[in-house]
Design a protein around this ligand. Structure first.
Ligand code: ADP
Ligand code: MG
Length: 235
C-alpha cells in the first residue's frame, strides 16, 4: 500500500537548515495498523505530512497504492489526497460554523458528489461513530471525544485507502482516548490501513506494529501483540 525508500527532508530557515528525516525506509501493507513513535521534534509529523501529501520530501521515493507520488501538480495532488487519504488531527480541525453533518460531508463536496448523496453518506458515517443524534450540532456544542468522532467520520467519508492520525488522542483525557482508540481499532478490524502518530506507549500498543523514529531515522520497527482499547473501569 505504502512504500518509502531513502526519504530525506530538511527545513531551511535563512542560512540555517535542519535535516529532519535522514533516509527513511518504510513499507505498510493493506490492513496494517501502525504506531509512529518518537520524542517531540523527532520528525513524526513531518513524516506523516509527507505520507499525507501535505508536504514533499527532498529526496527519495514514495509510492502509494502503486502510484508514484512525486512532482505532481497541485491539482492532481489535491485529487489523490482527497481520494486516497483521510486525516485525523490532535486538534480535530473541524469547521466551527458548520454542523457535524456538514463537516463530515466536506470531503465529498470537494469530490463533486451531489448534495443528496453527500448528506446520505455523511449520515451513514456519523451513525458509524455513534453520533447520528448530533448531526445538526455545531462543534462548539460537542465534547472533545465527540469532536474527534466527527473528525473520524469525516476522514472516512470518502472511503480513503489510508487513515493518517497525528496524535489523535493528544487533546483527550485517558477514558476518552481509549474510546477513540476503540473506534479506530474497529475501523482497522474492517480492513482499513491506519497510521497513528503518538508519543504515548499505551496508545502505541493498541496498534499492531510500532515504528520508532529517532534523530531522523527509524531506530526500531516491530510487530506487537495488539492491546484492545477496552476503557478500563478505574478511569
Ligand atoms: P514531531 O512531530 O515528532 O514532534 P516534527 O516533524 O513536527 O516533529 O518536527 C521535526 C523538527 O522539524 C522539529 O525540530 C521542528 O521544530 C522542525 N520543523 C517542523 N516543521 C517545520 C517547518 N515548517 N519549518 C521549520 N522547521 C520545522
Ligand atoms: Mg508532531
Amino acid at each position: 500500500m505504502i512504500a518509502i525508500n531513502d526519504l530525506h527532508k530538511s527545513y531551511h530557515m535563512g542560512s540555517n537548515s535542519l535535516h529532519v528525516l535522514k533516509g527513511i525506509n518504510f513499507e505498510a501493507k493493506e490492513g496494517e495498523m501502525i504506531a509512529i513513535m518518537g520524542s517531540s521534534g523527532s520528525g513524526k509529523s513531518t513524516f506523516l505530512n509527507i505520507l499525507g501529501m501535505l508536504d514533499e520530501a527532498d529526496l527519495g521515493s514514495y509510492t502509494l497504492d502503486n502510484v508514484p507520488i512525486r512532482n505532481l501538480n497541485e491539482k492532481v495532488a489535491a485529487r489523490y489526497r482527497n481520494e486516497f487519504l483521510g486525516f485525523i488531527f490532535q486538534s480535530f480541525n473541524l469547521i466551527t460554523y458548520k454542523s457535524a453533518l456538514d463537516n463530515v460531508a466536506m470531503p465529498l463536496y470537494y469530490q463533486g458528489v451531489k448534495r443528496s448523496v453527500r448528506m446520505e453518506k455523511a449520515m451513514h458515517y456519523l451513525e458509524k461513530v455513534g453520533l447520528a443524534n448530533w448531526a445538526s450540532h455545531l462543534p462548539s456544542e460537542l465534547s472533545g471525544g465527540q469532536k474527534q468522532r466527527v473528525a473520524i467520520a469525516r476522514a472516512l467519508a470518502s472511503d480513503p485507502k489510508v487513515l493518517l492520525a497525528d496524535e489523535p488522542t493528544g487533546a483527550l483525557d485517558t477514558k476518552t482516548s481509549y474510546e477513540v482508540m476503540e473506534l479506530i481499532q474497529a475501523i482497522n478490524d474492517e480492513g482499513k490501513t491506519i497510521l497513528v502518530v503518538t508519543h504515548e506507549d499505551d496508545i502505541a500498543h493498541m496498534c499492531k506494529r510500532i515504528v520508532h523514529l529517532k534523530d531522523g531515522k527509524i531506530l526500531d520497527d516491530k510487530v506487537v501483540e495488539q492491546v484492545r482499547a477496552k476503557t478500563p473501569a478505574h478511569v
